[in-house]
Design a protein around this ligand. Structure first.
Ligand SMILES: *Cc1c(COP(=O)(O)O)cnc(C)c1O
Length: 382
């Protein structure tokens, strides 16, 4: 029998959240015709499924985001698995390819790649002529992680045009990634200016919005170009923001991952007694303490301090003491009827929001989702 801990992945929440993003974009669409008579098509959506679909499982991501226009990830093996699972629409490699030997796989599987480094252009030049690869030229507009300097955009575009003439490259688009779309308003102004200046007069699709930019600045996805947004975290039902108003719930997003575990034991402790390693929590009165079958080896954050919320039988209570490898302890005083065998909601359905747990633990929901351990059995909810 498995330990009494379960994660649930809701495929309907994934597809619901994708629709929330579509609706959100649709509301920002300028009237079907603007003054100059241009029409604005709805943007296309790459559902980002890197890191095992943010811990939700690659196959679940593929199924949950069946309505997306493309999938974006970073591992070529996963991209090939998407094809094997029957994904026929576009696939984007966010970091591109890593070595010459990757190129035949990209070609054979009709995968779009970002091109962010001169070495990648050299590898494309060495590739035997054959089926053309669609590419997105990635520009560094201030993140200073991947991408060409905006000043080099025109030259790299010409390199790619030459490859296009040789039949090695197909469509050429442009992409960039914001460092602070969730930050101060105005934080995207300079990156946007750099991007617009760099690609002015160069034809091609554009992809710049992650979740934060898609939710906060949806109108960025509308201009005379073909536009692709790249939401990740919001599709899993968490918010990229840490403001009090821009919560996942306020956007209508549903949590796709839930984690729960059973109470293994109930202890009665006297006033003044401590709980757990380091004796960091000391009872101020006689109390009941619940021991939950979930620890940091399951992916629960060890840094979650006393006070991190959990839910038992619909009642909110809190973690007390240190989280250990296989167990954590909770305050049962607010839930006097709780007993061994009761489920404790750690996050998601029947639990606190994952964003709340992350914030208590001094991290972000992305990290909690990705850290869900292999040893936790997963139920898939259609
Ligand atoms: C991870 C990633 C995204 C998605 O980011 P979220 O904050 O999860 O929306 C988009 N674009 C790139 C290049 C990424 O690496």
């Amino acid at each position: 029998m498995p330990r009494p801990i379960r994660a649930t992945i809701s495929l309907s929440a994934l597809s619901h959240n994708l629709q929330v993003v579509r609706n959100h974009l649709e509301l920002a669409r300028p009237g079907s015709q603007d003054k100059t008579g241009k029409s604005f098509k709805p943007p296309f959506i790459w559902a980002v499924i890197k890191a095992n679909a943010y811990g939700h499982g690659l196959e679940n991501g593929i199924r949950g985001f069946a309505g997306a226009d493309g999938l974006a990830l970073i591992d070529l093996n996963d991209a090939v698995r998407c094809r094997e699972q029957g994904w026929r629409k576009k696939i984007l490699m966010l970091e591109g390819f890593f070595e010459q030997a990757d190129l035949p796989f990209l070609r054979a599987n009709n995968i779009t790649t970002s091109v962010h480094h001169i070495e990648q252009i050299r590898m494309l030049e060495k590739m035997p002529a054959g089926k053309p690869l669609d590419v997105f030229l990635k520009l560094n507009t201030g993140m200073n992680r991947l991408g060409f300097r905006p000043a080099d955009c025109a030259a790299r575009f010409r390199d790619l045009l030459a490859l296009q003439k040789q039949g090695r490259v197909g469509n050429i688009g442009f992409m960039s990634h914001f460092s602070s779309a969730d930050g101060q308003p105005g934080a995207i102004d300079e990156p946007l200016r750099l991007m617009r200046q760099a690609i002015e007069g160069l034809p091609g699709a554009l992809s710049i919005c992650n979740s934060a930019a898609t939710l906060r600045y949806p109108s960025l996805a509308f201009n005379e170009r073909e536009n692709w947004v790249r939401p990740g975290i919001c599709l899993y039902g968490a918010s990229p923001f840490d403001t009090p108003t821009e919560t996942a719930t306020a956007f209508g997003l549903l949590p796709a991952m839930s984690l729960r575990a059973k109470l293994l034991a109930v202890q009665r402790i006297a006033k003044g007694e401590s709980v757990g390693y380091g004796a960091t929590y000391r009872a101020t009165k006689n109390s009941r303490v619940g021991v939950v079958a979930c620890g940091y080896a399951d992916g629960y954050p060890r840094h979650a301090p006393t006070g991190t919320p959990v839910m038992i039988n619909g009642v909110r209570t809190r973690v007390i003491g240190r989280v250990s490898m296989d167990m954590l302890t909770v305050d049962l005083d607010p839930v006097p009827e709780a007993r061994e065998g009761d489920w404790v909601g750690l996050w998601g359905q029947n639990g606190p929001h994952i964003d709340e747990v992350a914030s208590h633990a001094g991290t972000i929901s992305y990290e909690l989702m990705c850290a869900l351990a292999k040893r936790v059995p997963v139920d898939i909810e259609e």
